[in-house]
Design a protein around this ligand. Structure first.
Ligand code: PLP
Length: 387
């Protein structure tokens, strides 16, 4: 579809922090005839995808694929490792940290939140102190890359703290996996959760978990009833010589994910991480060159997305809408309490510098248009009052 500013022949672009753009080779695979989920072709794809994800996570722990989005995988973590009334510690510095609080509270856990103002960077020292005050906490839930703010915490240092305390560490890596390094075995992450539609460049519909022996042991001890999201039952079908899924797999997405993993393999995961850092720098520089202020940290930790504050009097919801309709560029508004005051540009997955330039041009142009409109309205209303 053509839009006012996108220019002749220029396609709409998606530069949101998820879902993200899907590259042409992945789109081509997604368009192929559906495989049967008990066929040898699908078994092969499932084996290769689980192994590809393991390689990126740098782990020998098993990967469990589920046909759902990230939230259901998060829910599966709560119901597999925590019984009602279990004390769990949640690090929350944004909308997705609050999702952990909500899920664990919903399932009757005794939730101890370690809360930060949204946009702040959580500190492992605070977690260490919280665990000292709550030595009976059985697990720690946190968000590696808080997509609502652009903050990425120092996962290695957090894992050092939980390992020393002997608690399970459950990590939402939905917007960090394959964008920011995560070394599951070396750091000691017990449960790592991510999904298809962020840096993995595939549409939404697959979530996955990396499960440590300690996490699987905890799942065996918990009494809570569960079925579709039961780790043990699902994992039993996915490992071994003839892997399959207990349910009808999201077969086409698994094939798409395989193509995306091939792409990442060809580039090399360390190059992928380096590209995310470079693109994030490019984005921050372009935003600042437009005279706009960053909300997310102005450093290389913030590699998945950049959050930008709105100038006084300009609402981000209108800006995002104008960018989408008039410029053909889709980014994301702020979430929940940040809605209206920030926008978020995603540079994870299949994004090139030109897309970032277009996004920042559209952002600056939309802000200018809206500010101008607002000045005209204010002047008109002042004129009406005088008359
Ligand atoms: N956690 C983080 C950090 C996310 O960015 C998202 C989605 O944007 C989720 C969890 C929830 O995932 P989903 O929307 O796939 O259920």
């Amino acid at each position: 579809m053509e839009s006012r500013h996108s220019g002749f022949g220029r396609e709409r672009i998606l530069v949101a922090p998820g879902p993200t753009q899907v590259p042409p080779d992945v789109l081509e695979v997604l368009g192929r005839q559906v495989l049967h989920h008990r066929s040898p072709e699908f078994r092969g794809a499932l084996r290769r995808v689980r192994s590809g994800l393991q390689q990126i996570a740098e782990t020998s722990d098993p990967v469990l694929l589920l046909a759902c989005t990230g939230t259901a995988a998060m829910e599966s973590a709560v119901i597999n490792v925590a019984d009602p009334a279990d004390k769990v510690l949640v690090v929350s510095a944004g909308y997705f940290g609050e999702r952990w609080v909500e899920l664990a509270s919903h399932y009757g856990c005794n939730v101890v939140p370690l809360r930060y103002e949204w946009g702040r960077v959580p500190s492992p020292d605070d977690l260490e102190a919280a665990l000292r005050s709550h030595p009976d906490a059985k697990s720690v839930f946190l968000v590696h890359s808080e997509t609502s703010t652009g903050v990425v915490l120092d996962l290695e240092r957090f894992a050092t703290v939980t390992k020393a305390a002997g608690t399970l560490l459950i990590v939402d890596a939905v917007s960090s996996f394959a964008a920011v390094p995560i070394r599951v075995d070396a750091w000691g992450v017990d449960v790592l959760i991510s999904s298809s539609h962020k840096a993995l460049m595939t549409p939404p519909g697959i979530a996955f978990l990396v499960l440590s022996p300690a996490a699987l042991e905890a799942a065996q001890r918990t009494q809570r009833p569960r079925l579709y999201l039961d780790w043990e039952r699902n994992l039993a079908t996915q490992i071994g010589e003839e892997p399959e899924t207990w349910f009808s797999a999201a077969v086409s997405l698994v094939s798409g994910l395989e193509a995306a993993l091939d792409r990442i393999g060809r580039e090399g995961i360390e190059n992928v991480y380096a590209r995310h850092v470079t693109l994030a720098r490019h984005c921050r520089a372009a935003v600042k060159a437009r005279g706009l202020e960053l909300f997310s940290p102005d450093d290389d930790t913030s590699a998945a997305l950049t959050a930008v504050r709105m100038p006084n009097g300009v609402g981000s919801t209108a800006v995002v809408q104008m960018m989408h309709e008039d410029w053909g560029v889709t980014i994301a508004d702020g979430e929940a309490r940040l809605k209206g005051s920030i926008v978020r540009i995603g540079h994870l997955g299949y994004v090139v510098p030109d897309a970032i330039d277009r996004a920042v041009d559209a952002l600056g142009g939309s802000i200018d248009d809206i500010a101008r409109l607002r000045r005209t309205e204010v002047a008109a209303s002042a004129g009406t009052q005088q008359a």
